[in-house]
Design a binder for this molecule. Structure first.
Ligand SMILES: Cc1cc2nc3c(=O)[nH]c(=O)nc-3n(C[C@H](O)[C@H](O)[C@H](O)COP(=O)(O)OP(=O)(O)OC[C@H]3O[C@@H](n4cnc5c(N)ncnc54)[C@H](O)[C@@H]3O)c2cc1C
Length: 410
């Protein structure tokens, strides 16, 4: 079919895990009877975050709504059959059930009125427990007893997830969502969105009427979903919306260490360095903290100096077995960083009510795609959230200046 004759009830821009989750869950809702078109500029997903992720899932967030999203993600990963079966085939999403061990340095929260790092850790732990995330609060002695390979010097303590955490095959999740969406009738086309056309008064709500494509075609659209990942701000700008989502480069390094702790949890060090087992190897990376440079970076390039200068020294200090290791392959992907408050932006803004955002997941989107995709499908079909209330993630909070702060960004 020629691109210049297309029309759809829902046009989804970006066919990564977010766009495909929306398409998949629209297909599940009997109340939705429309035609879905997904526009993806790279059918091979060579630079998509969904294909370059570390594929891990946790319950240990500080925001209850994030915990609930990841709980649904874990339920789907544990039992994909109700959501992702196609022609009787249930996809294998490669879920490994394993905890996160999030370590707190003795210097964090030092200005907490109630007494420094221990109090800070206990407060975050209590907030998690209230939202249903089961985790153990461990002091350094308890950690040393449980994980003899861990050097607990300089730590105030740590939290160890008790369930609902681990890692999985992100590529398999993407493909399974896409396959289920297609089975329900969604059509994927390979093209690049270059513009949006809007109608309505300049000073009042406007609606997107058409999506313009690089091929020269256009799609008449009823509703539009911005699922462009790290490049979501470009799509929002086409509708005059300033979305605080930026592409930020994150490198992942694989290494071998035969004598390393292969049964370790995913360990997050206070330096921002994380590592976890991956098959008979390990993977690791680093997330910049508040004081570190983190420039916008539309291009993708592995920063090899990060491993030498920052990651390996931190790993070897925390897990002495890693003093001797063999570096392997590495890759870089984009975090779609919400520079306003490091939390997801889900829903529309009043200025353009038929353009739905599903953006800004800031490094935890793969695990949250099922809940977020289901939520946006509900907004499109019912005009409100009908399962999990994701109202806190409204992009309206940006203009209102109200931050939904997530403390646990990894
Ligand atoms: C190194 C790394 C590690 C990560 N680790 C984890 C983790 O452990 N756990 C976790 O939950 N999350 C993790 N994430 C985050 C997670 O991968 C992302 O949040 C998630 O994949 C975002 O999905 P998306 O569909 O929004 O973006 P993408 O997968 O990037 O998809 C967006 C798509 O939009 C397309 N697109 C963009 N612009 C246009 C346009 N103009 N026209 C047409 N198509 C367009 C792109 O080609 C792309 O395929 C990690 C990310 C990285 C980079």
């Amino acid at each position: 079919m020629a691109a210049d004759r297309l029309s759809a009830d829902v046009v989804i821009i970006g066919g990564g895990v977010m766009g495909s989750a929306v398409a998949c869950f629209l297909g599940h809702d009997p109340a939705f009877t429309g035609r879905v078109l997904v526009v993806e500029r790279d059918a091979g997903y060579a630079r998509a975050s969904s294909a370059l992720s570390a594929g891990s899932i946790r319950q240990q967030f500080s925001t209850p709504a994030n915990i609930r999203m990841s709980q649904f993600g874990f339920a789907l990963l544990s039992d994909p059959a109700p959501w992702l079966t196609v022609d009787g085939e249930v996809p294998d999403l490669g879920l490994v059930r394993r905890a996160y061990l999030i370590l707190a340095g003795a210097d964090i929260g030092a200005d907490d009125a109630a007494g420094g790092a221990g109090a800070h850790l206990a407060a975050v732990h209590a907030a998690q427990a209230e939202a249903g995330a089961r985790a153990l609060l461990l002091d350094p002695a308890a950690m040393a007893a449980r994980f003899p390979w861990l050097n607990t010097d300089g730590l105030a303590g740590g939290t160890l997830g008790l369930d609902g955490e681990g890692w999985f095959d992100g590529w398999a999740l993407l493909q399974a969502l896409k396959r289920r969406a297609r089975a329900a009738g969604a059509v994927y086309i390979e093209d690049r969105v270059t513009g949006l056309e809007l109608s309505g008064p300049a000073d009042g709500p406007r609606r997107v009427t058409d999506v313009r494509l690089a091929s020269g075609g256009r799609i008449a659209a009823g509703q539009v979903v911005n699922a462009a990942g790290p490049f979501a701000a470009d799509i929002a700008a086409m509708a005059g919306i300033d979305l605080p989502v930026r592409p930020r480069c994150r490198s992942v390094f694989v290494f071998d260490c035969a004598h390393g702790p292969h049964d370790a949890p995913l360990v997050v060090d206070p330096t921002g360095v994380y590592m976890r087992p991956e098959g008979d190897r390990f993977i690791c990376g680093w997330s910049p903290g508040a004081g570190d440079a983190d420039p916008d970076s539309p291009d993708l390039a592995v920063d090899h100096s990060q491993f030498e200068d920052r990651i390996w020294p931190a790993l070897a200090a925390r897990i002495p077995a890693f003093e001797r290791l063999r570096p392997g392959v590495s890759w870089a992907g984009h975090y779609e960083m919400n520079v306003f408050d490091a939390n997801a932006l889900i829903g529309a803004v009043p200025a353009v009510p038929n353009l739905f955002m599903i953006n800004g997941f800031s490094g935890h989107g793969l695990q949250q795609a099922p809940a977020a995709g289901r939520g946006v499908a509900e907004l499109i079909t019912h005009g409100r959230f009908t399962s999990l209330d994701l109202g806190q993630f409204t992009p309206e909070r940006v203009a209102a200046g109200v931050r939904l702060v997530e403390l646990a960004v990894i």
